[in-house]
Design a protein. Structure first.
Length: 243
């Protein structure tokens, strides 16, 4: 794998961290974004322990192996970052990028008993039958077994809503995963607003769910363009993210 591919992965992941901070998804210095190092099956990039996402740059991302050892970088990796992300990366090769936040609306839906993403919003249809729900909160992710449990539950799904905790999404690229995370928060926000009306929500019929989701998954999506736009904004507002 060419070094510029690895550097591009670093730039993309740093951009995702910076934009997540601007969107107000930061939870102290907790939560983690990770990406498998291009060309490697056992190394991944992850944001450093103790840094705000606003401080993350392409060069200060840490390279960690799937055994939990930091192999490149000046910072440490938080234990929960390894224990939650490494098993998900290992369990499904398509899950090259894994993003976990405690962003407000998606997390709020995780706090509602039996809360589900409902097929009532066009954007929500991308998550129907693609989202796993973890109903068995098991405390902080402080063991590899906990990450394995979440990874098994997730399977081939691209999103998992962890009850009493928050969301986690995966994708084959940073662009794909971040776009999925972005619209997950928007879907949950709009649904929670609609729920407050106290009126029945109008569900989309299953055949239409499948038809629309099929189009969304066929490549018509704009994930790459979305990330490109974010990077153009950051080039003007926070160009040091590329350092």
């Amino acid at each position: 794998m060419r070094r510029n591919d690895i550097w591009q992965a670093r730039v993309d992941l740093a951009a995702a961290c910076r934009w997540a901070h601007r969107l107000g998804w930061q939870a102290g210095v907790c939560n983690h974004f990770s990406m498998m190092v291009p060309g490697s099956d056992d190394l991944f990039l992850v944001n450093p322990e103790g840094l705000y996402w606003a401080e993350v740059t392409a060069s200060n991302l840490v390279v960690c192996d799937l055994g939990g050892k930091a192999v490149e970088g000046q910072h440490k990796v938080e234990d929960t970052a390894f224990y939650l992300h490494a098993p998900v990366h290992r369990a499904n090769k398509k899950h090259k990028c894994v993003l976990h936040t405690h962003m407000p609306y998606a997390t709020a839906l995780c706090l509602i008993e039996n809360g589900r993403i409902e097929a009532v919003n066009q954007s929500a249809l991308a998550y129907i039958d693609r989202t796993a729900y973890d109903e068995d909160y098991s405390g902080l992710a402080l063991s590899y077994d906990e990450g394995l449990r979440v990874a098994r539950l997730m399977g081939d799904h691209t999103t998992v809503m962890m009850r009493n905790h928050g969301p986690l999404v995966a994708g084959e690229t940073v662009a794909e995963a971040f776009d999925r995370l972005y619209f997950l928060e928007d879907v949950c926000r709009v649904q929670l607003i609609a729920m407050q009306a106290g009126r029945p929500m109008k569900r989309v019929a299953q055949p239409m769910i499948e038809a629309v989701r099929g189009v969304m998954e066929s490549g018509i999506g704009y994930a790459d363009k979305h990330l490109a736009g974010i990077k153009r904004m950051l080039d003007r507002l926070e160009p040091d993210y590329k350092n």
